[in-house]
Design a protein around this ligand. Structure first.
Ligand code: PEP
Ligand code: MG
Length: 591
């Protein structure tokens, strides 16, 4: 027997599911950029013209791509919009023209130089998501370079058989050129979980493994490959045994996906009849459609930092209003909690230089920043209030540490209400007001805070950080970040108790709420709403529907008696396996 040619590569599982099929290798290599000096002013000017023509051609390509976007992807047109904006950006366009003129160099070289400078700016961005958006600049530049070099091919539109697309990287223009009905899966060298390839793949439920680094040079068209988008694994030329194993897994996954997606639209109700509201967290208005597809009953957290961290100028109240209104309308009566700006800490602002702080997480963050920048805050409140006339909009204040801060925020809300009334502008006069409970002092005075709000939403991402003194973005202490720490569980319990005694609902919108291993305990602790990443919803609904509320209230009381996170985890492990053998088998139950 000949030796197996099987090879396994690991990357980022960017869209779940397993597919097995033939590769379609996108024959693309980075355009080689060579230096050329221009001798005469005439040469320089025609180089500028050549560059602008390439920009125009790229623009046309993007506009065509936007028009060709199929219905399922229509709401992702913002990705192409973003590329069009990059194309016209000063940093790229004007800077390149300046460089051609000032240094008498060819367009390709000047453009590459502008991109290197832009990279310097992106490298300084702390927010992972935004930093990763540099990939978009690279895509746009690459497209322009191809036009400059005349290497623009359109082989992607030729795909007419079921294939797995293998590429170094894929730009939105690439993905829109393909007829995605023929695409079984995507594998690329570049890209991460928030790249547009990941977003598109998820929207079309196409399994994808990205960030494989060298897959495009390992695979040629026609190779047989396995893509496991759940585990982030690609197997090239699998042998019989591997193939067999993956066929079984594929069948199991498809069954699981069908079952969970079917469950996604059933109510999340425990076996003994307790109804739990399952919502989604979003960062962009465009995500609403996906969330509804995954069975979200509300938007439990709309993070609004996007308007401030990706722009050079502040958004106007009008712009915010249009966006919030669109979200409210799209939800057709389902509630949305719009959180006011939570800038600072790990969330970086691009519109202004915040003075450097030694402890940004303890610094001028979120509500503290907004109470200082009153006009900016009032613009948000105005937009949220106006949007409340178009749906079930609620306002959510982040990082509230005590009653005085909350009352100051509410005073400003009152001020804006009065202004709108005077101007005769419509809004929901009963719009509910809530706070994130994510600072330990807020837990300690939760009973006092509850008198002034309509709901609580526990933000475990920050609450754990502040309660256990663990920097949430510092990898060196990430092992100490323990949702099951007795201190955290007691704080959740205390918050729920204070909220319920005051007759208000208590939600959770931190990562913990989407962890199916924590959900039974959270229900036992009495949480009314859970809000999470949309992809987690079907899984969470499935487990909610297996929970016996009474049993888990008892188990939650027992969980609260342990002294260490380790003990709670062991206890949960045992209980999850006992109560839900169909879901939890060998693996550790809670981390
Ligand atoms: C949290 O802190 O748990 C939360 C949901 O908010 P963010 O992650 O945006 O700080
Ligand atoms: Mg938070």
């Amino acid at each position: 027997m000949s030796a197996s040619k099987e090879k396994t590569l690991h990357g980022v599982g960017a869209s779940p599911g397993i597919v097995i099929g033939r590769a379609w290798s996108v024959p693309r290599h980075a355009v080689k950029v060579v230096y050329r000096h221009l001798d005469t002013p005439n040469e320089v000017e025609s180089e500028v013209v050549r560059f602008l023509a390439a920009l125009e051609a790229t623009k046309q390509e993007l506009v065509d791509a936007r028009e060709d976007l199929d219905a399922a992807l229509a709401e992702y047109s913002y990705i192409i919009e973003a590329h069009l904006l990059i194309l016209g950006d000063r940093m790229l366009k004007d800077r390149t023209v300046d460089l051609i003129r000032a240094q008498g160099i060819n367009a390709e070289w000047a453009l590459s130089q502008s991109v290197t400078e832009a990279q310097g700016v992106f490298d300084k961005v702390k927010d992972d998501y935004l930093r990763s958006r540099f990939a978009d600049v690279v895509h746009v530049t690459d497209q322009v370079l191809r036009h400059l070099s005349g290497q623009n091919d359109s082989s992607l539109s030729n795909i007419r058989e079921k294939v797995i697309v293998v590429a170094h990287d894929l730009s939105p223009a690439d993905t829109t050129q393909m007829d995605l009905d023929w695409v079984l899966g995507f594998v690329t060298d570049m890209g991460g979980p928030t790249s547009h390839t990941a977003i598109m793949a998820q929207a079309k439920a196409i399994p994808a493994v990205l960030g494989l680094e060298r897959i495009s040079s390992e695979v040629t068209s026609g190779d047989f490959i396995v893509v496991d988008g759940t585990a982030g694994v690609v197997v090239i030329n699998p042998d019989e045994e591997t193939l067999h194993e993956y066929r079984d897994r594929q069948e199991a996954y498809e069954l699981y996906a069908q079952e969970t997606l079917a469950l996604a639209h059933l109510p999340a109700e425990t076996v003994d009849g307790r109804k739990v509201d399952i919502g989604a967290n979003i960062e962009l208005a465009e995500e609403v459609g996906t969330c509804l597809g995954y069975g979200a009953e509300s938007i439990g957290l709309y993070r609004t930092e996007f308007f401030y961290i990706s722009k050079r100028t502040l958004p106007s109240a009008e712009e915010l209003y249009a966006n919030f209104k669109a979200v409210a309308q799209r939800l057709q009566g389902r509630p949305v909690n719009i959180r006011t700006l939570d800038i600072g800490g790990d969330k970086f602002a691009s519109f202004m230089e915040l003075s450097p702080e030694i402890n940004p997480a303890l610094g001028l963050r979120a509500i503290r920043f907004c109470l200082k920048e009153r006009e900016l805050f009032k613009d948000q409140l105005r937009a949220i209030l106006r949007a409340s006339a178009h749906g079930r909009v609620r306002v959510l204040f982040p990082m509230i540490s005590g009653v005085d801060e909350l009352l100051k925020a509410k005073d400003l809300l009152e001020e804006v209400r009065a202004e709108l009334k005077q101007e005769g502008i419509r809004f929901d006069r009963k719009m509910e007001v809530g706070i994130m409970v994510e600072v330990p002092s807020a837990v300690a005075v939760a009973d006092l805070l509850a008198r002034h709000v309509d709901f609580f939403s526990i933000g475990t991402n920050d609450l754990i950080q502040y309660a256990l003194a663990i920097d949430r973005v510092n990898e060196q202490v990430s092992h100490l970040y323990q949702p099951m720490h007795p201190a955290v569980l007691r704080m959740i319990k205390q918050t729920v108790k204070a909220g319920h005694q005051a007759g208000i609902t208590v939600a959770m919108c931190g990562e913990m709420a989407g962890d199916q291993r924590a959900v039974p305990l959270l229900l036992g602790l009495g949480l009314d709403h859970l809000s999470m990443n949309a992809l987690a919803i079907p899984r969470v609904k499935r487990i909610v529907r297996l929970v016996n509320q009474k049993t888990w209230e008892r188990l939650a009381r027992e969980a609260l008696t342990f002294s260490t996170a380790e003990e709670v985890i062991r206890f949960m492990d045992r209980q999850l396996k006992r109560q839900f053998p169909q879901i939890f088998t060998g693996a550790r139950a809670a981390a």
